[in-house]
Design a protein around this ligand. Structure first.
Ligand SMILES: [Mn+2]
Length: 342
């Protein structure tokens, strides 16, 4: 059952320390939402711990409050919590080690714009129409009558900027611009954000991109583009790499396979046609949105590629996608929602 702001307000009527977490491989929406939510808690006067099962990419370190996010892998908490707020995580496994901090009686608040169901929270503030979790937090701020201060403004701005792919994906709408415009009014400097997040890449990340692009393969008449990166580059940030595969002319489905460690892979999927890649990801134990989804795979890459290509080929056939139809035009016209980072 989906909840409302009143329930969240009751959840936040709490004296003890609240744990706030998001998903591993954190993107701008995960980090921005955690920080914006902490700004909300500051104003209400609640104590909290912010944690993510990963090291947050340094490119976000300019965000107010960034230093408060704890890497739960490196610094485990070693205790359980009575209340946990989970942001931007479509399924409980997405929070990784943070699951250990939940016990039977823990009250879980789930705020999210993904839905691969069922709702896992005791309170669920889920809105799949929102372009980012940050957009839901903007509504929460207003519902609670709070001031949008600098920390909240930067968190919300970066969340929306990142999940809309810098206002390019199909989840970008008038509201995304309106909220971000308001954040600029509140003091966010868009140029400063872009300089930090997009034009400040460590050279290793650019080398990792070069290696990824040189792996490019096309299948099924060029309808499927596959790129991959091995674990030699494991410390490099690969956020957005999959977009290079989906930007190839004529590509309907794009896949980026990243080796995290030996025999463990993170797979990102993008669709530019009517095929729902969340369905594909679910078959492999993952999830996501219609047009952007992902999963993790344990095993050999050869088998993974074989199984995945077979599934993608089946999907193309079932949905009658061929190079003779203008699937891009059709998809844009249908305004399929939610193409965000997974
Ligand atoms: Mn998100």
């Amino acid at each position: 059952m989906n909840g409302d702001f009143q329930q969240v307000s009751e959840f936040l009527d709490y004296e003890d320390e609240l744990l706030v977490v998001s998903h591993f491989s954190p993107d701008g929406d995960a980090i921005g939402s955690v920080l914006a939510f902490s700004g909300i808690l500051d104003q209400i006067g609640i104590k909290y711990i912010l944690g993510i099962d990963d090291t947050c990419p340094n490119k976000y370190s300019f965000l107010p409050g960034f230093e408060l996010i704890r890497d739960l892998k490196k610094q485990p908490l070693g205790r359980r919590f009575e209340r946990i707020a989970i942001l931007d995580a479509g399924a409980l496994p997405r929070i990784g080690v943070a699951r250990e901090y939940i016990e039977d009686k823990t009250l879980v608040l789930n705020i999210d714009h993904h839905f691969t169901g069922p709702y896992y929270g005791d309170i669920n503030l889920v809105n799949v129409q929102a372009c980012a979790t940050a957009e839901i937090l903007y509504d929460l701020c207003n519902a609670l009558g709070l001031e949008i201060d600098e920390k909240i403004a930067y968190g919300l701005y970066v969340g929306i900027l990142s999940d809309t792919g810098r206002f390019r994906f199909s989840n970008t709408n008038e509201r995304s611009f309106k909220i971000c415009s308001e954040m600029v009014e509140k003091g966010v400097d868009p140029c400063w954000v872009t300089e930090n997040v997009y034009f400040n890449l460590p050279v290793d990340s650019v080398r990792a991109l070069a290696a990824t692009l040189s792996s490019l393969e096309l299948y099924f008449d060029g309808l499927v583009c596959l790129i991959a990166l091995d674990s030699k580059y494991k410390h490099s940030d690969s956020e957005g790499f999959v977009e290079h595969a989906s930007s190839v002319k004529g590509v309907a489905l794009a896949t980026f396979i990243r080796e995290i460690e030996k025999d463990l892979y993170k797979v990102s999927l993008r669709s530019r046609c009517r095929i729902d890649v969340a369905t594909v990801a679910r078959k492999f134990g993952g999830g996501g949105h219609l047009k952007a989804a992902g999963f993790r795979h344990k095993g050999k890459i050869g088998e993974l590629k074989k199984d995945l290509l077979r599934e993608l080929g089946d999907q193309l056939e079932r949905h009658k996608i061929s190079k003779d139809i203008d699937f891009i035009k059709e998809t844009v016209a249908e305004d399929l929602v939610n193409n965000v980072n997974v």
